[in-house]
Design a protein around this ligand. Structure first.
Ligand code: HEM
Ligand SMILES: *[C@@H]1O[C@H](CO)[C@@H](O)[C@H](O)[C@H]1NC(C)=O
Ligand SMILES: *[C@@H]1O[C@H](CO)[C@@H](O)[C@H](O)[C@H]1NC(C)=O
Length: 333
């Protein structure tokens, strides 16, 4: 009697515990995992790598541009391919936002990847997953670390212009503001400092850092945490007015190579963006990490890979939510 009562209690308890898990798995899906396309599209990573390799061989900067797209996707309502949507009907594209306008690029490469993947595995691989794999490949191709990319994201049917403006950090945000924007996405100080290391490759426009060269705090003076010779050199191609779109390498030491020289630059007060330099001037814990990464490339690579996986896990749509877009620029009908 006691025994059967016990097992009844046990079965009831298990039902109470397992049923909600099953329910949530079927609606929201389980966690992401690297083998997601093992049976449905076994060659997906090979296909993506070949298109990324071709695009980067054609233009080195493309690696940086592709890496950044994943970041601008994940920070806006999660890694859901939202950044890729063009405006259509009532949908307003995130490509118009302050961080993206005249800046985010690489969309044609994503189109080419999607077409190649659709050819082999129609309506199977999400645009959000393509961005995640592409970001990893872009890192590896430029000499950075590799990692297994958890997969199984689905694509949103919506974009968020306001989210893109609000959630993506701006180069003139304060340390606190950027730290808060990371925390809002479940990312900590290590993620903030390690992921900023992406600025070891790629370019920024004059307009993104001009304030530092001429009028940092509204007193007509340059940023006094910017190396003077470097500032003088930047001013020659980034005048007080005009030339907004002129490009400058984010890491003047090794602009095309993914390495820890970004952190060495910061310690020499040669960070290009204000958001770069504040990693050594505003917070002791951030400074400590910058010093560690500047001294230890392996540690930087290890933390970068871990933080990329964390960033890639921001609020994915899984299970039956969202859709698998056929074309990354627009939702399915
Ligand atoms: C920490 C806060 C961050 C801020 C304030 C920031 C801001 C910026 C800005 C202003 C630019 C130059 C845009 C332009 O002038 O057109 C840029 C470029 C870039 N960012 Fe960030 N970023 C941040 C974090 C990240 C993260 C987390 C990643 C990737 C994981 C990333 C990857 C890149 C890359 C690769 C480029 C160069 C893109 C290209 O050459 O096309 N950034 N960022
Ligand atoms: C940051 O830059 C934006 C765009 O240029 C500008 O509107 C804003 O006033 C700046 N904020 C600060 C605190 O300088
Ligand atoms: C610097 O910025 C302040 C505040 O925005 C402005 O009042 C001032 O005229 C600017 N000075 C110069 C030299 O541009």
């Amino acid at each position: 009697m006691a025994k059967s009562l016990n097992s009844l209690v046990l079965v009831s308890l298990l039902t109470l515990i397992i049923a909600p898990i099953c329910f949530s798995m079927s609606t929201q899906g389980g966690p992401l995992y690297p083998q997601f396309y093992k049976h449905s599209c076994p060659n997906v990573e090979k296909i993506i790598w070949s298109v990324v390799a071709k695009a980067v061989a054609k233009e080195r900067r493309m690696a940086a541009s592709l890496l950044r797209l994943h970041f601008h996707d994940c920070f806006v309502k999660g890694c859901d391919g939202g950044v890729l949507l063009d405006s259509s009907g009532t949908l307003i594209s995130e490509k118009r936002s302050n961080p993206n306008r005249n800046s985010a690029r690489g969309f044609e490469v994503i189109d080419e990847i999607k077409a190649a993947v659709e050819k082999e595995c129609p309506e199977t691989v999400s645009c959000a997953d393509i961005l995640a794999i592409t970001a990893r490949d872009a890192t590896v191709i430029t000499g950075g670390p590799s990692w297994e990319v958890p997969l199984g994201r689905r694509d949103t049917r919506d974009a968020s212009l306001s989210g893109s403006n609000y959630n993506i950090p701006a180069p003139n945000n304060t340390f606190q503001t950027i730290h808060t924007k990371f925390k809002l996405k479940g990312l900590d100080l290590v993620d903030f400092v390690a992921l900023s290391g992406s600025h070891t490759i790629g370019d920024a426009r004059c307009t993104s850092f001009r304030q530092r060269l001429y009028n940092q705090s509204g007193n007509g003076q340059p940023d006094n945490t910017l190396d003077q010779a470097y500032a003088a050199q930047l001013r020659t191609r980034c005048p007080q007015s005009g030339g907004d779109q002129t490009l400058f390498v984010l890491d003047p030491a090794t602009p095309l190579k993914f390495d820890n020289s970004y952190y060495k630059n910061l310690l020499a007060y040669k960070g290009l963006l204000n958001s770069d330099q504040i990693l050594v001037t505003k917070n002791d814990d951030a400074l400590k990490l910058v010093k560690q990464y500047a001294e230890n490339n392996d540690l930087f690579f290890q933390h970068f890979a871990q933080s990329m996986v964390k960033m890639g896990n921001i609020a994915p749509m899984t299970g039956s939510r969202g859709e698998i877009r056929k074309i990354c620029r627009r939702v399915n009908h």
